[in-house]
Design a protein. Structure first.
Length: 402
């Protein structure tokens, strides 16, 4: 059994070395740096757990992060702490109940050569520990400022040896096996906000009125049936507490003539089709898909906290496709590994029931078929948008149905 605090909180994933032979840019600012280190915790229990006041400790740095008051982690949810979100970066987007925090540091915390990670609960005077890269288990009661009477829950856990740019992670979440793999601090929350109109065989239709079997228009394959439609609700309190949940508002005409035709609201990770010579020069192809949050430096594209509860709608087809939303070419749901983590347990259960297949098989099929267009990420995505701004060249693509 994993070592736990408060009856269910475990250390779940650690990114030890974001920049080396391989790189991982956690905050998405275009540069993999040592502050892209992160630690993920997971609630293995069947109940919500208040993790307010839990402290993360390191022998060399001391107490480097404390969860703020009112922090409640739901069952099956993740709490991710990034060492430091840098200029131009942002917190990732997660699953329905996942939480993200910026420790606000400008320098690394984790010792790449080997270290201990300690999560301490002052209320019960207990802690759990993880080691990696062959480091021996510390006695945190000897750390400067740490409680001298604290007691360890469990015997400490060895997460193994890391690979540059890969994280050390439990498999599955909350499990007893430790592996190295692509970091998953956040997920692709690819959604349309309630009220967005998609082009269907019945004309432009609000996304909330689109159901399984309805025919939506796709750029590559004409009208195609919807395989799954799902809505996740976000309260204004959730959005206020986690700005990464706020949608991006793309004002009418911000990306070109009638692109979009009226204001379009999508999640920050929702990708928009960009085409033209800049894409061709940077990606060696004429069209790429760029996350909406990368477009924020364009006039008329802004984060919109909304100040009200909103609905985020998934629209999934048999394969990844480019749709028309308010006249702008945007993607359907791409169900890769990270997108699966963004789905609530209820959403996964519904999808599996509809398709009569386990979620991993559904995910593997879509991933095997590939994305509709190359996915622009990190520094190149940032460079693409900056060049379009400098050239004053329209960036959005749209196409009418034949």
């Amino acid at each position: 059994m994993p070592d736990t605090l408060l009856g269910g909180i475990v250390i779940n994933e650690i990114l030890v070395d974001p920049n080396g032979v391989n790189n991982f840019d956690t905050d998405g600012n275009g540069t993999a740096s040592n502050t892209d280190e992160f630690v993920e915790f997971y609630n293995t229990s069947g109940s919500a757990i208040d993790i307010s006041g839990l402290e993360i400790w390191d022998q060399g740095v001391g107490n480097w992060f404390t969860f703020p008051p009112g922090t409640v982690l739901q069952p099956g949810a993740h709490a991710v702490v990034i060492v430091g979100v840098q200029a131009g970066g942002s917190l990732p987007t997660g699953g329905a109940n996942d939480l993200f925090f910026d420790a606000g540091r400008g320098t690394a915390v984790i010792n790449n050569g080997g270290d201990n990670l300690t999560l301490y609960d002052p209320a019960s005077d207990t802690f759990i520990q993880a080691t990696f890269n062959g480091d021996s288990l510390d006695d945190p009661t000897t750390y400067t400022g740490f409680s001298s009477t604290a007691v360890r829950n469990g015997s400490g856990e060895d997460f193994g040896n890391d690979v540059d740019g890969s994280s050390l992670v439990r498999s599955p979440d909350g499990g007893n096996t430790f592996t190295t793999g692509t970091p998953t601090p956040g997920t692709s929350n690819v959604c349309f906000v309630t009220g967005t109109r998609l082009l269907t065989d019945a004309g432009e239709t609000p996304v909330e009125n689109i159901s399984i079997g309805d025919m939506v228009w796709t750029l590559d394959s004409g009208f195609q049936p919807v395989l799954w439609a799902f809505c996740a609700r976000r309260t204004r309190q959730e959005i206020s507490a986690s700005p990464n949940l706020a949608p991006v508002r793309i004002a009418a005409g911000a990306l070109g003539a009638a692109r979009p035709r009226r204001d379009l609201l999508v999640s920050q990770q929702h990708r928009v089709l960009v085409k033209g010579p800049v894409a061709r020069r940077l990606f060696d192809c004429n069209e790429v898909l760029v996350p909406a949050k990368r477009l924020l430096e364009i006039e008329g594209v802004n984060l919109d906290p909304m100040g009200e509860d909103i609905g985020y709608h998934h629209i999934m087809l048999d394969r990844h496709q480019v749709l028309l939303s308010e006249g702008l070419a945007t993607e359907s749901l791409y169900l890769g590994d990270q997108a699966v983590k963004a789905l609530s347990p209820e959403a996964v259960e519904e999808l599996e029931a509809i398709l009569q297949q386990p979620i991993q098989k559904i995910c593997n099929k879509m991933r095997g078929e590939g994305a509709a267009r190359p996915l622009a990420k990190g520094k190149l995505a940032k460079q693409l948008v900056a060049q379009h701004c400098a050239d004053r060249r329209p960036i959005g693509a749209g196409r009418q149905a034949a």
